[in-house]
Design a protein around this ligand. Structure first.
Ligand code: GRF
Length: 189
């Protein structure tokens, strides 16, 4: 299964997904695509021999449709069976999602449905939660809302601050996302 991965920054999740897609894994990375030409993840993907592209969303101002049309041009050329959003920080429209309905995965750093959106770790700490975690879900038109494919939990301890909690959750993301992608790609037959 041809897999495209969308990133915005360091791409640590993308690296782990690509490292796992070897041997008898049913999926292969065919493109790493970023909305930021300076994303460090692009360099990491190139170093792994994976094709990359960047579409700078700032070049499109408020014209989200034109930005997404350019993303879709790169994706149509790569012709992915699966799209993984991995630290991708742009909201995708219903029209974009509909073109790959049921085949776009995302990892979100909270135990959805709690804490959709941003600043998930500070919100969990502020709320006095004793656990946090991450969720891999199918992407729908509604932000951070699609069917859940997998979750992982970490304990929140009194000493935690957002950065310490983020670090604990990221370790779990790096284990969960490859596990879920492998199962999802296998399920596509
Ligand atoms: C991290 O905050 C992670 O929790 C979320 O996206 C951010 C960057 O991830 N999924 P990555 O290192 O770019 O994969």
């Amino acid at each position: 299964k041809r897999t495209a991965i969308l990133i915005s920054g360091g791409g640590s999740n993308m690296v782990r997904l690509c490292e796992d897609m070897t041997g008898d894994h049913p999926a292969r990375p065919v493109l790493v695509l970023s909305n930021d030409p300076a994303a460090a993840g692009l360099t990491k993907a190139s170093a792994m021999g994976i094709a990359t592209a960047a579409v700078d969303h700032r070049a499109f101002g408020k014209d989200r449709a034109a930005f997404e049309a350019e993303l879709l041009r790169h994706l149509e050329a790569a012709d992915p069976d699966i799209i993984c959003l991995a630290g991708f920080m742009r909201v995708l429209s219903a029209d974009f999602v509909s073109r790959y309905e049921g085949r776009i995965l995302n990892i979100h750093p909270s135990l959805l449905p709690k804490y959709k959106g941003l600043n998930t770790h500070s919100r969990a700490i502020e709320a006095g939660d004793t656990e946090a975690g991450c969720t891999v879900h199918l992407v729908t038109a509604e932000l951070d809302d699609g069917p859940i494919l997998g979750q992982a939990k970490v304990a929140i301890v009194p000493e935690d601050v957002p950065d310490s909690l983020a670090a604990k959750v990221l370790v779990e993301e790096h284990r969960l996302y490859p596990e879920v992608l492998r199962a999802f790609a296998t399920s596509l037959g």
